[in-house]
Design a protein around this ligand. Structure first.
Ligand SMILES: [Zn+2]
Ligand SMILES: [Zn+2]
Length: 285
């Protein structure tokens, strides 16, 4: 797999790439101590020849490159604020370009209604409709299969407070699974969400996996809806997917800290790439 550390309008032989526009979790951060991995929140750009599909509209969306005349779509995992903070910036940059926005109804609110909780007064000066009639909303089921042009999309529900959606995107050749805001265990239950995720993600070229906590931190944060790099390693072993990107970095995890965790993972010599995602990097799948 080729990794490009600067956006270059990528072309892969498999006609699919993913660019990390933001992989911080919970809150954006900005300081010299977080410059390497980046401080922007959840936003991933998946591109093929004809499609530009964004997963989540965190502050990373401000890094969206020129996508030319490709069809633009936005898949929302859920509307916790770190996943939608950048939405008005995207909408104001559209200038008439059409966008399809997909998401699940939660708490009895359609995806548009959820987004309007934020994009409306008094939290934001205007409502979504003020950005034009070029925005097309699609309600999807928790478990859904649909197509965006040449890309097949399947979903599964994540184990996360209030719910979240895990997406798998396939272009007939390769697949990528994005499992952010996912917790690997359910309290007082014998269900094992990690195995459900492994079944769902099987055959993917790459999995993005929520690794907000260290195993030590996780003990104090059970039920918060996030996971660990240790579970990412377990997922790699179950699925045999050799490219795992660790995402949703905790706001207080500095570059130095993430680098130290990365060294611990590398020392295990697992024979797979399990790496903390860095903002701005593109992977040709
Ligand atoms: Zn989040
Ligand atoms: Zn969340």
């Amino acid at each position: 797999m080729t990794c490009i550390n600067q956006y270059t309008n990528p072309k892969s032989t498999n006609n699919m790439s993913i660019t990390i526009l933001g992989s911080r979790g919970s809150m954006p951060v900005s300081s010299p101590e977080t410059a390497r991995y980046g401080g922007n929140t959840s936003c991933y750009l998946i591109e093929t020849d004809s499609e530009a599909i964004i997963i989540d509209a965190g502050t990373g969306i401000m890094r969206l490159p020129d996508i030319g005349d490709r069809h633009l779509s936005l898949l929302i995992t859920h509307t916790h604020i770190d996943h939608i903070l950048g939405l008005p910036i995207l909408l104001s940059a559209l200038k008439g370009k059409e966008i399809s926005i997909y998401g699940v109804t939660r708490d009895g609110l359609t995806v548009k209604q959820q987004l309007e909780r934020y994009v409306s007064t008094p939290l934001w000066p205007v409502t979504i409709d003020k950005y034009g009639d070029n925005i097309d909303f699609h309600e999807i089921a928790e478990v859904a299969t649909f197509a965006i042009g040449e890309v097949d999309v399947t979903t599964m529900p994540s184990n996360h407070p209030g719910g979240a959606t895990i997406y798998k995107l396939t272009n007939n050749v390769v697949s990528v699974t994005v499992a952010t805001d996912f917790e690997h265990e359910i309290a007082e239950s014998d269900q094992d969400p990690l195995y459900s995720l492994a079944d769902f993600a099987a055959g993917s070229r790459m999995i993005l996996y929520d690794s907000q906590y260290t195993p030590e931190e996780y003990k104090k944060c059970r039920g918060y809806g996030h996971s660990t790099y240790e579970k990412a390693i377990e997922l790699q072993k179950i699925t045999n997917v050799n490219e795992i990107l660790l995402v949703h970095h905790a706001p207080n995890h500095t570059d130095e800290f993430l680098e130290s965790l990365q060294r611990q993972i590398d020392a295990l010599e697992l024979g797979a790439h399990i790496i903390f995602a860095s903002e701005g990097y593109t992977f040709l799948l």
